[in-house]
Design a protein around this ligand. Structure first.
Ligand code: ADP
Length: 473
């Protein structure tokens, strides 16, 4: 379907807006996921450090006797402990430093062994300070260039000379008899943590353009779907305007031509003037009818349900119409019959004029579409809670491909156009609008060359009566 530039532009801007909003939502979501992962890891890290530090601290306090003095027994707990000033830190490889049982030291208790296994990793270190804040000893993967001055705030994040970041916890240390001994710090490098978060960040950032491509495609498709009904009704309005203009132009052009040709005459006789006026009157009547029909359709579009101020007896309505149109049928040399297949009067609630228009449109169409010696039958019957009116003819019939389209505004079947019946193609559209406004339906069954039956179904007034009763009583 080729669409106008306006529609393509609107579709593109709609798709862009969708994609923009989705992009913002996805970015916020990605940021949220990243923050949640970082927070969860940070909490885990704190918990691990706290548990390692707490366990070591408690074990250490049991072994300390004098403030600032490291008993040899402390080496059982930290065999890789290095006093500041000695060169053991530089000499030992990580492996040696974290081989706690290799020097014949007594094996620590099971609980301590579990904790040690955590700090045996390369990224943990331990620092011991005396009460004056002087660094006494270190253990583990002690990083170069970490500030040696004591900061005994419980949680700290610091960096070394190379810019590597560490996170540490500080605890007060006491001797066995609860005298202040100094301070104990357990810290770890945040490198693995940062590496992991960077990987998550890159995955999210590189996923964003891919998701934006998918979102862009989906937005374009969705915008197309959203535009479809608007495009359809736009096309219908366009078609309707063109048809209406065409239908209005014909009688206007005919009137103008008649007037112009009359004006060309040097003198005009009474008889000729009368003929001209009659032609103009006829064209104006046609115009007036057309405008009235268009107004009726517009009004029904605006307010689909008519006010139910009248009860109409369909038995009377069809009898009157058959009587009124008998002359037309005689002129067309065909038979117009009425069959009322119900003993009780069938009443519907609605607008009587409109219901007259509905049935008469169909009978007139049937008469016009039936050749001489044919028959048009109007049947009234009841089916459940509905009144059914069938207008059956033995006329030209309607091809299956045309059967749906005949209810469109200004639509006329090709054979009718060539016959130039004088109709504007609004008759069935009006009939359908009236049937719908009365909560009814209008359908057609037809066979080309054999005839057609138009079926009107209208809800009986009994249903409305029960609805209205409580208000009346
Ligand atoms: P109009 O107002 O010009 O009669 P309608 O909307 O009433 O137009 O009808 C639409 C088309 O359906 C017309 O071309 C008409 O010839 C055709 N049509 C309507 N009723 C019948 C029928 N009973 N048999 C065959 N064709 C019909």
């Amino acid at each position: 379907m080729r669409r106008s530039k306006l529609f393509n532009q609107t579709r593109a801007s709609l798709a862009l807006s969708y994609a923009g909003v989705m992009g913002v939502i996805l970015s916020l979501l990605g940021f949220g996921v990243y923050e949640a992962i970082a927070h969860a890891h940070w909490m885990n890290l704190d918990r691990e450090l706290e548990s390692v530090a707490g366990t070591l601290h408690d074990s250490l306090e049991l072994k300390l006797k004098q403030p600032g003095n490291l008993e040899p027994i402390v080496y059982d707990l930290f065999p890789n402990l290095c006093l500041v000033g000695t060169n053991c830190v530089k000499e030992g490889t990580d492996r040696e430093r974290f081989a706690p049982y290799s020097r014949g030291a007594a094996a620590p208790a099971l609980r301590d062994r579990h904790v040690l296994s955590a700090i045996k990793q390369d990224n943990y270190y331990i620092r011991l300070f005396d009460t004056s804040g002087r660094l006494i000893a270190i253990a583990g993967a002690y990083p170069e260039g970490l500030p040696e001055a004591l900061d005994n705030e419980r949680w700290q994040t610091l960096s070394d000379r190379q810019g590597n970041v560490y996170h540490q916890i500080s605890l007060d240390l006491h001797t066995q008899d609860k005298k202040p001994w100094g301070y104990f710090q357990v810290g770890r490098s945040l490198k693995d943590f940062e590496d992991y978060l960077n990987r998550v960040k890159y995955a999210l950032i590189s996923g964003l353009p891919l998701s934006m491509i998918l979102v862009g495609g989906a937005s374009w498709w969705l915008a197309g779907l959203a535009m479809q009904p608007i495009y359809k009704s736009y096309k219908q309005i366009e078609q309707f305007t063109a048809d209406a203009a065409h239908e209005l132009r014909t009688p206007l052009a005919a009137s103008l031509a008649t007037v112009e040709s009359a004006l060309l005459l040097p003198e005009i006789e009474d008889k000729e003037a009368r003929e001209v006026l009659t032609t103009i009157e006829r064209q104006h009547r046609r115009l007036t009818q057309l405008v009235a029909d268009l107004l009726l359709l517009a009004r029904m579009d605006k307010q689909p349900a008519p006010l139910r101020h009248q009860l109409c007896c369909l038995n009377d309505l069809v009898s009157d119409l058959v009587e009124e149109l008998a002359a037309l049928a005689i002129a067309a040399k065909l038979m117009l019959a009425l069959e009322i297949r119900t003993k009780t009067p069938l009443e519907v609630a609605g607008n009587e004029d409109q219901l007259y228009r509905l049935v008469s449109n169909l009978i007139v169409n049937a008469i016009q579409s039936t050749p001489a010696n044919g028959k048009v039958t109007v049947i009234l019957e009841q089916s459940d809670r509905h009144a059914v009116i069938r207008i059956r003819d033995t006329g030209i019939g309607i091809a299956p491909s045309e059967q749906k389209r005949i209810f469109d505004r200004f639509y006329r079947v090709e054979s009718d156009r060539s016959r130039t019946s004088g109709g504007s193609g609004l008759g069935l559209a009006i009939a359908m609008a009236i049937a719908r406004a009365h909560q009814g339906s209008l359908t057609v069954q037809s066979e080309l060359g054999k005839g057609s039956t138009f079926i009107i179904q209208l809800p009986l007034a009994a249903a409305y009566k029960t609805e209205l009763k409580p208000q009346n009583s």
